[in-house]
Design a protein around this ligand. Structure first.
Ligand SMILES: C[S@@+](CC[C@H](N)C(=O)[O-])C[C@H]1O[C@@H](n2cnc3c(N)ncnc32)[C@H](O)[C@@H]1O
Length: 208
């Protein structure tokens, strides 16, 4: 069952993100793409309108086997129109919780601004599933907002405003970011890129 619904915001999502963050959300996501090896099997979860999918396929014009899991049909509809070159893309219109994903099937998992939308029990189940879906040595490219008690006030405020907005427009089932460290046990941090004074991070983890 869907834990949120981004259909209402799908037509304006990219424009809205640009209005608030300029191109920073895209830059953060693009920073992950060079870590995708040629010929990789890639699981992209919550890719929205597919901008990252198009970027990935521009960088790798052929040879990738991509599974694109997105639960909003309006988002998915947009993603399906993206140019993917000679890569193979399997679109799965379903919540990742319900997706039939094989164990140790993927070289790369990408979670771009999706885990912040999930409530704690769903988040736990999803992270366990994604970790299992990776082959040993596979990479988890995680791009998202990041807050700590030491983060500046404006980051906490902006996060609160975003949660208030998306709880109304997309009915997301959480109003705060959960720490993810526990879910990355069994992984080694390989690299991290920070944007907006650490408010947005691109983290690269390798499965041990
Ligand atoms: C905040 S948007 C980010 C979209 C895109 N990654 C971007 O950064 O432009 C979150 C996306 O994740 C999708 N999503 C949320 N929960 C999901 C779930 N449980 N399974 C699959 N997709 C999900 C939403 O439909 C939405 O498209």
């Amino acid at each position: 069952m869907a834990s949120n619904n981004f259909n209402a915001v799908a037509p304006v999502y990219d424009a809205l993100a640009g209005l608030v963050f300029g191109n920073t959300l895209q830059r953060a996501q693009r920073a992950a793409l060079p870590y995708v090896p040629a010929g990789a099997r890639v699981l992209m979860v919550g890719g929205g309108t597919g901008r990252l999918l198009a970027d990935l396929c521009r960088l790798n014009p052929a040879g990738l086997l991509i599974t694109y899991v997105e639960q909003s049909d309006k988002m998915m509809h947009r993603a399906q129109k993206r140019a993917v070159g000679n890569n193979e893309v399997a679109f799965m219109h379903t919540p990742i919780e319900d997706a039939a994903i094989a164990t140790e099937d993927f070289d790369v998992v990408i979670t771009p601004f999706i885990l912040d939308c999930l409530s704690e029990p769903v988040l736990g189940a999803v992270c366990t599933k994604l970790a299992k879906s990776l082959k040993p040595g596979g990479l988890w490219l995680h791009i998202d907002f990041s807050l700590s008690p030491l983060s500046p006030w404006w980051q906490h405020l902006l996060m609160k405003i975003m949660y208030a907005f998306f709880s109304i427009t997309a009915k997301i089932g959480t109003s705060r970011l959960f720490p993810l460290n526990a879910y990355f046990a069994g992984f080694t941090a390989v690299a991290a890129h920070n944007f907006m004074a650490g408010f947005i991070t691109t983290q690269i983890y390798r499965k041990d």
